[in-house]
Structure formats: structure tokens, C-alpha cells
Design a protein around this ligand. Sequence first.
Ligand code: PLP
Length: 419
Amino acid sequence: MHYFKYHNSELYAEDVPVKKIVEKAGTPVYIYSEKTLLRHLQSYQQAFDGYPSTICFALKANSNLAVLRLLAKNGCGADVVSGGELYLAKKAGMPSNKIVYAGVGKTDEEIAAALKARILMFNVESPDELKAIDRVAGQLKTKAPIALRVNPDIDPKTHPYISTGLKKSKFGIPIEHALEYYRLARRLDNVEVLGIHKHIGSQITAIKPFVDALKRVIELAHNLKEQGIEIRNLDIGGGLGIPYRDEAPPLPEDLSRAVLPLLEEGGFNLILEPGRSIAGNAGIFVTKVLYLKKNTDKEFVIVDGGMNDLLRPSLYDAFHDVKPVKKNSRKKALSDIVGPICESGDFIAKERMINRVHQGDLLALMSAGAYGFTMSSNYNSRPRAAEVLVKGSDFYIVKERETYKDLIRGTSLPKHLKR
Ligand SMILES: *Cc1c(COP(=O)(O)O)cnc(C)c1O
């Protein structure tokens, strides 16, 4: 569900014509809908209402400060994977006791910052990291709250690049080694074992992988209990998919209906880390048609947004629906929508039967609110896009388009190269 709909052939973001936003903010631009973001957050909150639980939004899906602030104000916490994300979560007012920190490569500085912020829990991905956290916590004369991220070896049946819970993955600790590493954790003076963490992948469109993985994790919790290690926080990660085209992924309520019965006796505090399912369909990416060109049998639609703005199609062959900002009744044509970047892999939609476009038309790439702007770059020295947040009939530029000056910020010339 989202609030990007047509009225009189015009695409609207909530109650604002997209065209009106573009007149102010230019293209390419990311547009987010407050109402959609809140609806998605609330569907998690309602689904798990009555069970002690914390929703920690995965910042890597969308880390715009206004989006984060909106979520924080409505009771959401944060799943961070870097010092930068921790900084943003704090800036947005996410309460420390709702911040969890994952990622395979935490540095000493990042660990120290998270300890000083007094986050809820480190989700630890290796024994080396565990020792580093113990050492840094010792230096700061504090105790680090930790969970081990276990890898339950479950195939989430999603794109290999976003599959994280298989044995061959770099993430987490193989579940069969978990007991051994929990014993190690218990021996360390400066860590406190609080939980278990798992996250098996992203854009998962079935409930079974979640259930299978959770069963393994619960079994581990029981085994740990027998060893005198009490698990309080059960962090089941994120990963619920969204409909990009014709998928019908489970909803948060389906997840809760499948998961909560398994947790009845546990007495856990449940942590969820949704990213895509909160932000994905709450955003669109709008780009303008620059040129049309026919090479052999293909129509290329060259637009002003490229892989540097929206990487998912190039990186994962991901599908984003393409919609005209103004509907028309022109003939359909098989088209590739490509960006201005000097790479053959620079496309944002391939072989689509879409109504013929004209120069200057605006196109909306749907479901672009997650892993859109956050994955964007300055490749080809292109300033990054603007971001806009819509609330009802109001809209706000919540991140200015970058300028050429931004391209040289922080650079300097050594003396012998000065002019
Ligand atoms: C990416 C990530 C998430 C969010 O995944 P979604 O598929 O966007 O819900 C949650 N937890 C961890 C540890 C992640 O790396």
C-alpha cells in the first residue's frame, strides 16, 4: 500500500502533483510519502502489539534525516551498520535503548562511539570482533551488551547478493559454532550476553524461511539456557519483501502470526529490523526524459537519472515499475530506460512495453524509497539527487540537490600543483 496515485491522469504524491514538486526541486529527485512510511511502521507496531517488541528500522534502506526523525517520533528505533549510521540515528533522536548495531567490520572507534551512546546491543559477527568489543569496553570501563549474529543456514530464496543467512555467506557465525562462541563471550569480563541475532536476507517473499530460521534460533536459546546463558533479546532481523511487480510478500501481520506462537514460552524481548518493507514503497524516483534514440530494433529512452542515482537495476537486475507522471494514450513501444552514465550497465529499466515518451516527459520509478538514495554515488562526477518529503498537501525539500562545489568538498591541491 502506498499513496502515489493518479488523479485526472496526473501522478500525485499524497495530495501533491508530482509535477509541482519537480517544478520546485528539479530532477532527478526522490520523493517520500509520510503517510506511507507511517502506515508501514504502524502495521509492524500493530502486528506485534501485546508482545514485548522493538521495531528497529534498518538505516541502510533510507537514512534521510527527516525520514528517520519521522520514524523516531513515532516510536521507532534503529538498526545501524556503521558509525555514520549511528551518528544519524542519534541526530534523528532515536533513543539509544532502541539502537542495535550489526555489520562484519566494526572498528575500535565505531565500537567506542556505540558504547558511549549506550546502545541496546551489538550484534556481533565474529569471535575476533567479540574480543575487540571486550577490549574497547574494558578501556572505557564499561560492559558491552551483545548478541551473537548466528547464521542459521536457511535459504531465503532471494537474490544471491541480498541473501545473508547461508553457510557460504560472510555474515554471522555458523549456528553449529554458536555454543562455543557464547561460552567464549561469557568468559570475557567486559561483555554482557543479552541476545541472539539473525538476519537471513532481504526481499523475502515467503514466510517459511523466517519460521525455519527462527526454529533453529529458539533451539539455540534453549541450549544456551541449559548452559546457564539466559537470552533476553531475540533479534529476528528484517527482510520482508515488498511488491515491486507482481510479488505478494507476507505482511507484518503474517509474520507475527507465524512467529509469535513459537515464542510463547521464551519470555523474550523481540527485536525486528525492517528496512525495505517500511521505506520501499514509500518512495519514488522521478527522472526527466532527455533524448530518444533508436539503435537497431531497440528504443532507448535516455533520462537524467542513472545508475549513480538508482543502482538496484544495474546491481541486482532489480525491477522498478515505470510510470508516466502524466498519463497519455500514446502507442506502446518496447523501451530501455537508460541513464547518462558511461557504462553499458547503466539502465534503470529494461525492455518495457511503455507508452511512447517524448523529450521532457517525467517518469516515475516506483518502489524506490529503500536502497535508492542510500546507494547513490557521485560516479561520473554527478551531484546526487534532491530528496523531498510529502505530508498531505505539503512538501519539503529534505535534502538539497548537491552542487558542483560538493564534488570538491574536502579536496585540496598540494603546493607543487597549485595554480
Ligand atoms: C539490511 C539489513 C536489514 C534490513 O533488511 P530489509 O530487507 O531491508 O528489511 C536488517 N538487519 C540487518 C542486519 C541488515 O543488514
